[in-house]
Design a protein. Structure first.
Length: 510
């Protein structure tokens, strides 16, 4: 059994123990900032932004200062020649990576980025509500300028976007990520074309033809599904946010969702998705809180957890066999829907969807490619901010065959750029690919997984994920973690096989 971050009290070097204590202060400041950010998006009064902006800016600069103290660097240097356990060496590696990156960036720039993010969030909300990109454009332009400067401080000799990508996925080379994305594009584009030409008749309107679904009752239903999956309410909560997200730690992992009276499936799948994120945070070892061994392994792995629960569980036929009676108890208008029809409705491939978070499992990745290409062009200076709406609309027409009529349903739909998060979007598709590989490995280890899902027994799957992914925290780098969990190198093969079989059956493809 692996030792914890502290290791044996008698054998842990003094420098290591001191380094760990310093890092815990950094982690706790960052976790406090995360809670304030959650509050800003969920519960903060509308006019609270000026104070919240200063609070988050202060915490951002404080965590930066704590991490970049000279003594932290001295301790890291001392530990390079010290005999450490495997776990201790992983902790030092992770802190070293963060330290080297942080010491490259001036504190005033970190503070300015945080301030811009806090000010950009309400501007984005207003711009989206009023369908007016010009109200958000100045903040986006400022973020682009600041993030170029940020990347130049870290490594002026490399592509700025590659440097920014490492903020979210430091352990996967961008070249590997791009290769996987290309394989997805090459697989999905012809498959989606085949599906749109298919004569198969799916029950796509199984729920949408039944009238409207009360939002309050949808919230009750989402609480039902969270309880069914095993969400520990004593360590979490469900709230509403304009852009669903989860936030927290192993002791407090919160979920948000949103509701549409015409689309109850959207709230259900969104809630299951965010459960996956929260379940990962909750599965990290309690005793490693505020150390790298108690932190998730970056965004691709985090997204693999949400996509695994959303797509491989929540969109499966066994799940709908289980959950449909619960759904009908809340919404009597769906009393004549069968489990197969619910499964087909949950897995339809849309012809005209504009919204990423409402996209089906296949076209979703084309939504990601649009964002990836636009933000790369922005950071490279190949696209001006003022031209983003037109570029966005052109790419949607080219890749998805539909053109947004408003900025609200176009380039303003996502929250990420209000935070200056350039390089984030590729991790969504990488996570979907990883989810397929992990679920395939879980199916190999759990003989009757489908039967357990249909019976509402999710504990075995949760325990498998804890054992093979969660408990390691950041001990392994991404590719190592995938090999550790599945015995195979990280690749798109299992995802391609999964979607080929699933959608081949649904749409009667050759």
């Amino acid at each position: 059994m692996a030792t914890d971050a502290t290791g044996d009290a008698d054998s842990a070097p003094d420098a290591y123990a001191e380094l760990l204590q310093k890092y815990k202060r950094v982690a706790n400041v960052q976790n406090a900032a995360g809670l304030l950010s959650w509050d800003q998006q969920v519960m903060m009064p509308e006019e609270g932004t000026p104070a919240r902006s200063q609070q988050l800016s202060t915490l951002s600069s404080l965590s930066h200062e704590l991490l970049t103290e000279d003594e932290v660097g001295e301790l890291l240097d001392e530990l390079e020649s010290t005999d450490l356990t495997e776990e201790q060496a992983a902790v030092v590696r992770e802190i070293r990576r963060k330290y080297d990156r942080a010491t490259s960036v001036p504190t005033d720039l970190v503070e300015e980025i945080s301030t811009t993010s806090s000010e950009a969030l309400p501007a984005w909300k207003e711009a989206k509500a009023e369908d007016d990109f010009s109200k958000f454009a100045p903040y986006l332009e400022k973020h682009v300028e600041l993030k170029r400067e940020y990347a130049e401080h870290i490594d002026p000799d490399r592509d700025a976007y590659e440097v920014l990508f490492e903020d979210f996925e430091p352990c996967l080379p961008l070249e590997q990520a791009e290769s996987i994305l290309e394989e997805l594009r090459d697989t999905l584009v012809p498959m989606i074309e085949q599906i749109r030409e298919s004569d198969a008749e799916l029950a796509t309107d199984a729920f949408s033809s039944k009238g409207t679904y009360d939002e309050g009752t949808q919230e009750e239903l989402c609480r039902d599904v969270l309880s069914m999956l095993g969400y520990p309410w004593e360590r979490g909560r469900l709230d509403v946010a304009p852009h669903p997200f989860s936030s927290g730690t192993t002791f407090d992992a919160r979920v948000t969702t949103r509701f549409d009276e015409a689309d109850p499936l959207g709230a259900v799948t969104s809630t299951i998705h965010e459960f996956g994120h929260a379940n990962y945070s909750l599965g990290l070892p309690d005793e490693e809180y505020a150390t790298p061994l108690g932190e998730s392994r970056d965004l691709s792995v985090h997204e693999s957890q949400s996509r695994l629960w959303e797509n491989h569980v929540g969109r499966s036929e066994p799940f709908w066999t289980l959950f449909l009676p619960e759904f009908k108890e809340r919404f009597e208008q769906a009393e004549d829907v069968t489990a197969r029809e619910a499964y087909e409705a949950a897995n339809q491939v849309y012809e005209d969807n504009l919204i990423r978070v409402e996209a089906d499992e296949l076209t979703y990745h084309l939504h990601i490619i649009v964002r990836f290409e636009i933000e790369r062009a922005l950071v490279a200076g190949e696209l001006d901010v003022e031209d983003v709406p037109e570029a966005w609309n052109d790419k949607y027409e080219e890749y998805l065959g539909v053109r947004p009529e408003t900025d609200a349903e176009g380039c303003l739909q996502d929250i990420h750029w209000s935070h200056g998060n350039f390089g984030y979007f590729p991790t969504y598709s990488l996570g979907s690919v990883m989810a397929a590989q992990l679920f395939d490995a879980a199916e190999d280890d759990i003989d009757d997984l489908d039967e357990q899902i249909e019976a509402g027994e999710f504990e075995t799957l949760r325990e498998w994920l804890i054992e093979n992914v969660h408990r390691h925290g950041s001990k392994y780098e991404t590719n190592e973690l995938v090999v550790e969990a599945t015995g195979e190198e990280f690749a798109a093969d299992d995802f391609v096989a999964y979607v080929t079989e699933k959608y081949g059956d649904l749409y009667e493809l050759d």
